[in-house]
Design a protein around this ligand. Structure first.
Ligand SMILES: [Fe+2]
Length: 187
């Protein structure tokens, strides 16, 4: 059985940065990767280690991550302040999509990204991601900037004012959900 080569994927993403349309070129690399979801499931074992942040590569220009969401996990509404390319290799990610308006944000519908599918988000896109109710989900998320250091936002509800994205809070919420659903290894 083939095993996903994350070094090669990162190399493909870095090469894509030099393309005339980097987001489209990353999407092509993502679509190639998602052609064999079982190879990713073979590479990224579950349960995961609690101290594994899932980051495969990080630079000011790009962040490549393996994002595993616990069963029933909800990210909350957030932006990325850059383009994002998402490929799901296990379960699905339900996206509630929003866009900015002069006074806040408004819904622009929803999209379920199934195993093997790819979703591209533009720099202004905002979303709220829901993992399946009955299983964890696995995906590759590629961002065309280092979103750890970007000036990002979150919204408690679609009618709320934006607040600065709290990465530490997001990590705590993920860990609590992962622990309660048996998604993390504990020594
Ligand atoms: Fe996101």
């Amino acid at each position: 059985m083939a095993i996903f080569d994350d070094d090669q994927f990162v190399a493909d993403c870095l090469e894509a940065l030099a393309a005339s349309e980097p987001a489209g070129a990353v999407r092509s690399a993502m679509e190639r990767a998602m052609a064999d979801p079982s190879a990713l499931a073979e590479r990224f074992s579950v349960p995961v280690d609690a101290d594994d942040d899932g980051i495969l590569f990080r630079s000011p220009e790009i962040l490549v991550t393996c994002a595993i969401f616990p069963k029933g996990f909800v990210t909350g509404i957030h932006d990325h302040a850059t383009a994002a390319i998402i490929g799901v290799w296990a379960g699905h990610e339900d996206n509630l999509l929003y866009r900015p308006t002069p006074t806040g944000i408004e819904s622009r519908g929803g999209q379920r990204v199934e195993t093997g599918e790819v979703l591209s988000l533009g720099v202004d896109d905002i979303h709220d991601v829901h993992a399946p109710a009955t299983s964890w989900s696995g995906a590759l998320h590629v961002y065309l900037a280092d979103i750890v250091t970007e000036d990002r936002h979150e919204w408690a509800t679609p009618d709320s004012s934006a607040t600065p994205f709290d990465g530490a809070k997001a990590e705590r919420r993920w860990l609590e959900a992962a622990e309660s659903t048996g998604l993390v290894n504990r020594p």
